[in-house]
Structure formats: C-alpha cells, structure tokens
Design a protein. Structure first.
Length: 277
C-alpha cells in the first residue's frame, strides 16, 4: 500500500497502476461503512485508491472543521488488510492553494434537504470530488447511500460534466439497533445515543406503510414526523419523501423514492434515509 500526499507523487503512483482503478473518497475517521465501500471496490476493480481529506470547503461557517475527528494512523491500520493499493492524503494547501477561485456547482437539486440547512455544503463537495476525480482518473467511484443527496448530486455532476466514471452507491451500514454508521456518531453519548435509533424507527414505520400499499407521500412524511415526535430529545430539521433522482418532493409515489430526514440530538446532527424501489 503506497501512501502519498503531494500531487506529483499521486500522479507518479497513479501512472504505475495497471488495469481498472476504483476511487473511494473519504474524510477519514473510517468506520465499517467506508470499509464496505473499499471491499466492494476491490471486488470490482484491479486497483483501489483511497483518498483521505477533511475538505474545509464543505463545512459551513457555523460548523466546526477543527473538531472533525481525525486519526490517520488508525485509518491506515484499518485499510491495509483490505488490499488498498494507494492512499492519497492531500493537505488543504494542495487542494486549495493561495488564490484558488474555481468552483463546481450543481444547481436545483442542491437547494432542498441538506442544501437548505447547509447552503454552501454541496458546492464544497462537488468541487473537491471533481478535483479528486481529475487527479486520480478512476474508472469507478464509490459512495455510501447514507449521504443520499450527496450521491444524487455527484451522479448529476458526472452526467453534466461528462466524467467517464461510473458512480457506485453502496448500502448504508448500520449498528445492531439500526443506527446508520457515521463518523459523527462518536459525539453521541448516553441518552442521546439511545434516542438516536428514532430515525431508523421512523423510516421503518414509513416503509411499512408503503409496503402496506400507501402511496400518498404526505401520509408517509406525517408518519415519520409522528414517530420522531415520540422522542422528546429529537429536534427534527426536515422529513422528506422525494423522487430518488431529482429530489423533488412527491405528492404520489410511483417510482424510485427517497425517504430522508435530518434530526438534531443535542449538538449532534444525524441524517438517515431509506430507498423505496
Ligand atoms: O462523504 C464524504 O466523506 C465527503 O463528502 C466526500 C465525498 C469525501 C467529499 O469530501
């Protein structure tokens, strides 16, 4: 496993990779969700490139970038048995040198849901992902379904900018009680950790209604709000039942659909979603 930081080392290492290349972009502090992306990437491609970069551009002014968890040594120990070929750990100065002024922005579909809560977030995500794609030139790139809007926005960017890259979206990994794995779960303690299962329970209730034949999207949104309302610690930011690709809110479900939500538990913001096929 080669570990590089500078762009020129990355380019040299990339040139030495023979055969198909998978990129797994991450911000580090890896958990089982990331490892499942790496395993899938290794099954499907000859080489796996892992990027670890806490991207300042996707943090809002009120979000504490300096507190984002980091542990490179632990990350490297976790991925070295998985057959990762190349790890790229650029610095903010490499990605955004002095005078940096070029941004990639997807429009309408970045405005609702996460975009409404975090207005500059997706501009930072699409810009860094485009830069990661340009630098590593992968055949396929792997993202988690957990960040459903991010995955949809990246698919749109790849279509719009003609990146010759296949986007693979892998299922959300969950703890035994249903909580979706996330680097942010480390901030959940005691009663907040117990209360955090409310997202899974609300999504499950809406999915059961759907499986029972309910196709009215507002009924499913109401069902999710109702379950979330049973948890006094949960502060609901949004609940959505939207088209899977466009993220437009639905009246009636008649195709692939995304149920999603964002909830604050204390100071920790949690998101989760289910896809209705
Ligand atoms: O999902 C993440 O960890 C980040 O948003 C990504 C895709 C690595 C871009 O910084």
């Amino acid at each position: 496993m080669q570990i590089v930081s500078t762009l020129s080392d990355l380019r040299t290492a990339r040139l030495s990779l023979d055969g198909t290349v998978a990129l797994v972009p991450t911000m580090g502090y890896l958990h089982e969700g990331h490892l499942s992306l790496i395993r899938k990437a290794k099954q499907e491609c000859r080489n796996v490139v892992l990027s670890i970069f806490v991207n300042p551009a996707q943090f809002g002014a009120n979000e504490d970038l300096s507190k984002y968890p980091r542990d490179l040594e632990r990350d490297l120990a976790l991925v070295s048995p998985l057959g990762v070929d190349l790890v790229w750990t650029p610095t903010p100065e490499i990605m955004y040198p002095n005078g940096y002024q070029t941004w990639v922005e997807v429009e309408a579909m970045t405005r609702p849901l996460e975009g409404a809560m975090r207005p500059t977030h997706f501009k930072g995500v699409t810009t860094v992902v485009a830069k990661l794609f340009n630098a590593t030139q992968p055949d396929k790139a792997y993202f988690g379904q957990k960040d459903a809007q991010q995955a949809a926005v990246i698919r749109q960017m790849v279509r719009d900018l003609n990146f010759p890259i296949e986007i693979i979206v892998c299922p959300t990994m969950r703890e035994a009680d249903g909580l979706a794995m996330s680097s942010r779960n480390k901030y959940l303690e005691g009663d907040d950790r117990k209360a955090a299962t409310i997202l899974f329970r609300a999504l499950t209730a809406a999915r059961s209604a759907y499986e029972g034949g309910e196709r009215n999207a507002e009924v499913l949104r109401r069902k999710m709000r109702e379950v979330l309302g049973n948890e006094p610690r949960a502060q609901v930011q949004y609940v959505s039942c939207a088209d899977y690709d466009t993220l437009e809110e639905l009246e009636t479900i008649n195709g692939k659909t995304l149920l999603s939500m964002a909830v604050l538990l204390g100071k920790t913001r949690l998101i989760d979603n289910f896809v209705l096929e």
